[in-house]
Design a protein around this ligand. Structure first.
Ligand code: XIL
Length: 359
């Protein structure tokens, strides 16, 4: 492993000059530089530590393309607190060791989320829920203080569509101040961690973004420690890029860090519910792949245009191979959302994204 990393590191040095590459010089990674070498801000990938440890090809992609990682599921409450009264940090700890050994920024996802919380929590009284939430955040954030750079403190707190805050087990039991409480507990456990509010469709749903920005403004008016906004960015090849740009500008106007936290670009539609796929595209063509490359390129350019350098927390892919993407299983539809294909070969989207990053 060590030797492998040393080889990659020297390869990165040799191709370091690719930072200055003009768009036409950008080539897929077999003979070129990793994605993050084109960027002036961190580029991340969502990983499962078990998969990364057993799949050397996947690991090589992570180490070449990314300088930041987020666990897909290994820091979620259903993984860490799946059983009442017991914390299981096995996968989270090995992710932290992997990140540290390879000099990757580690992003924590996610402390409070209505979905994928352990079922047993739903049975707790309001007082028990509050006690659990505080202890859980204290323990988890405290354990990774100095190792995790930033956390999604509350994930998907806004309604799926339009204005308004989502009603969840957390909001019902902890009360309207639950977002402020969660940020306060996280800050107390690690005063150096950057704390994010993360949500989806905020790049396209202007009413939803308004609710999020109002929430951020209220939190700041109460001196709640919040440092960043996560735009998940689960978008489509035909997403309105002008609207995305306008939304990122609105986010950046807060002065907070902006993280594109879960980028992927699909071809088909879904209704935002699990199993809600509505597939119409059933196979890839060179034209479709080129269109996806254009969208990945546009996102990288828009991020650089709309977000001032000091606020660019980075761009993270939510899965980076079509083989492993969460989209197929979650929405029940075949799709091709990422920058690597089923055989882990870089797609035109990889080059498009690199072009969009290149200064
Ligand atoms: C997804 C994971 O990728 C899947 O493996 C899991 O089954 C469900 O969750 N928004 C989020 C992520 O904030 O945590 C979700 O991740 C994708 C949508």
């Amino acid at each position: 492993m060590k030797l492998h990393i040393a080889l990659l590191a020297s390869a990165a040095l040799i191709v370091g000059s690719c930072n200055d590459a003009t768009p036409t010089e950008i080539r897929a990674p077999a003979d070129g530089a990793g994605l993050h070498t084109y960027a002036s801000f961190p580029i991340g990938g969502a990983i499962s530590i078990r998969q990364v440890m057993r799949d050397s090809q996947l690991r090589a992609i992570v180490l070449r393309d990314f300088n930041s990682v987020t666990s897909t599921n290994d820091f979620k409450a259903y993984t860490i607190a799946g059983q009442p009264g017991v914390y299981d940090f096995a996968r989270a700890d090995s992710t932290a060791r992997f990140a540290e050994a390879n000099d990757l920024r580690l992003f924590g996802h996610a402390l409070v989320w209505h979905a994928f919380s352990p079922k047993w929590i739903d049975e707790l009284s309001a007082a028990e829920t509050r006690a659990f939430a505080k202890t859980y955040i204290d323990t988890v954030v405290g354990r990774y203080a100095g190792k995790i750079d930033a956390w999604d403190v509350v994930n998907e707190a806004m309604n799926t569509t339009g204005a308004g805050l989502r009603e969840t087990n957390w909001s019902r039991k902890l009360g309207a101040g639950y977002i402020a409480d969660a940020f306060g507990w996280a800050h107390a456990a690690d005063p150096d961690a950057k704390l994010f509010l993360n949500d989806f469709n905020t790049e396209r749903d202007t009413a939803k973004l308004s609710t999020l920005l109002n929430t951020v403004a209220e939190l700041r008016a109460q001196n709640v420690p919040i440092h960043g906004i996560g735009f998940q960015m689960h978008i489509r090849v035909d997403s309105d890029t002008a609207l995305i740009e306008e939304s990122l500008r609105r986010g950046a106007a807060t002065g907070l860090l902006i993280h594109l936290s879960e980028l992927d670009v699909i071809f088909n539609r879904h209704d935002d519910s699990q199993g809600g796929g509505q597939p119409t595209v059933t196979a890839m063509t060179p034209e479709l792949l080129a269109r996806q490359a254009d969208t990945y390129e546009a996102v990288a350019r828009i991020y650089r245009r709309a977000v001032p350098p000091a606020q660019r927390y980075g761009i993270t892919f939510w899965d980076f191979t079509d083989r492993d993407s969460w989209i197929d299983g979650f929405f029940g539809m075949e799709d091709w959302p990422t920058v690597y294909d089923d055989d882990l070969k870089a797609k035109p989207a990889w080059e498009g994204f690199a072009r969009g990053l290149a200064e």
